[in-house]
Write a protein that binds this ligand. Structure first.
Ligand code: GDP
Ligand code: MN
Length: 401
């Protein structure tokens, strides 16, 4: 998934036929003031970050004058909001909102269809709608072959309790949202609030578009706009996380999942969905402090294991390495061990001062043991040791080291 920044989302919504206010991106109070003046003075200033919930976080300001707009920008720029540094603000023309609607189209993996979520209760999160009044949320799965038909869009708006011009305008907006959703291979296209103006126009003062990063190769129009690195959900990627994505992109035969955790002391490269979680939990339970999580799907992963190990061990403050996984069936494990060993040799790791614990079990275990023996002192475990045994060992040994 890759979430577009709001000015790009508004661009695509406008191109798709939805009315949006005038907007500009500003990097300084001056630029903000100028833009606000161009919009007639009354403007909305928003932190331009890839995260929702800015209103509650105090990062959306309604200015009455250009000077006030500049002042708000000066406040916001340089702050960290919802874990993201605010380097730019979005300045937009103020939409007069008489009524707020919730409109969203999102891919639903349960029904395997685009799902329209629509409610005449807008401006609050969907969770709040579901909490307060679940009946007020209309859910409509779209049959992909048919698309969203105008009569269906009207029916959705009607079921949500809209009438008259507002009903028709909202239905038109839904059709446009659906078009944008399909054109961009989006996972989500959401406008909350979709605004009804006093003249009953339907306007999108905001927009969220999340696109499928697997489909980016067929969207040159998203080049430089949809950046999966921008979206880690809750905070920007660290330098090491970015490096790991580069490493992952070197070969599509297997996929790496990686997180840097802050100031942990143990490089944690214990792979496998379930086994990785179990080892991680065990480490926390036994008082260890992992610096990373790491997973890699099966394949010819020697090169990626080499690059990943090298990148992880460059983290400052590490005291040891735990690498391995549960018993593997798909591929010979010496492929992985070969990659890790290349990195350890190149880095001249000495297990006397930097304990290394392996737990690789499965086909190729004898070759793997031989490889590991090339650096004396590496502690090798096979399937006869439990995950808890090896986790305990790395914790104790890093404590001594
Ligand atoms: P979010 O909190 O990150 O989802 O940011 P939004 O862009 O949705 O803005 C948060 C809230 O600010 C909205 O729910 C509106 O109540 C208000 N808001 C945003 N833009 C406008 C605007 O143009 N006019 C008015 N009156 N309110 C706005
Ligand atoms: Mn919103």
């Amino acid at each position: 998934m890759a979430r577009l920044l709001e000015h790009h989302a508004l661009d695509f919504l406008a191109k798709g036929g939805i009315e949006v206010p005038g907007f500009a991106v500003a990097e300084s109070a001056d630029e903000t003031e100028k833009a606000a003046r161009a919009f007639g003075g009354r403007a909305v200033i928003k932190a331009l970050i890839p995260a929702g919930g800015r209103g509650k976080a105090g990062a959306i300001k309604l200015a009455e004058t250009p000077e006030e707009a500049g002042g708000y920008a000066a406040d916001l720029l340089g702050q960290t909001v919802l874990n993201f540094p605010v380097e730019r603000v979005l300045v937009s023309e103020r939409v007069e909102i008489e009524r707020e609607i919730f409109a969203s189209i999102t891919f639903d993996s349960m029904t395997r269809r685009p799902m329209v979520l629509f409610s005449a209760l807008g401006g609050i999160e969907i969770e709040a709608i579901l909490d307060q009044d679940p009946d007020k949320l209309v859910q409509f799965p779209v049959e992909i072959g048919l698309g969203l038909q105008p009569f269906q869009a009207k029916e959705i708006a009607e079921r949500a309790g809209l009438t008259g011009d507002v009903l028709l305008g909202a239905a038109r907006a839904l059709i446009a949202l659906y078009r944008v959703f399909c054109q961009l291979d989006a996972e989500t296209v959401e406008v909350n609030p979709l605004a009804v103006t006093p003249e009953s126009r339907i306007v999108a003062p905001t927009g969220v578009i999340v696109v499928d990063d697997q489909a980016l190769h067929r969207h040159p129009e998203l080049d430089g706009i949809a950046d999966p690195n921008l979206t880690n959900g809750w905070r920007p990627l660290t330098a090491l996380e970015k490096r790991m994505r580069e490493i992952d992109a070197t070969d599509s035969g297997s996929a790496i999942r990686f997180n840097e955790l802050g100031d942990g002391r143990i490089a944690f490269m214990f792979t496998g969905g379930g086994a990785g979680f179990l080892a991680f939990d065990t480490m926390l339970r036994l008082g260890g402090d992992p610096a990373t999580t790491f997973d890699i799907t099966p394949g010819f992963v020697e090169e990626k294991m080499y690059l990943a190990t090298k990148a992880i061990l460059a983290l400052p403050g590490l005291k040891g390495l735990l690498a391995g996984g549960n018993i593997t069936n798909f591929i010979p494990i010496d492929i992985k061990v070969r990659g890790v060993m290349r990195a350890l040799k190149e880095l001249k790791i000495d297990p006397e001062t930097f304990p290394v614990v392996f737990r690789f079990a499965g086909p190729g275990v004898e070759e793997a043991k031989e490889l590991a023996a090339e650096i004396p002192g590496i502690e090798y475990h096979d399937a006869s040791s439990t995950i808890e045994d090896v986790v305990r060992s790395i914790i104790e040994r890093t404590r001594e080291a």
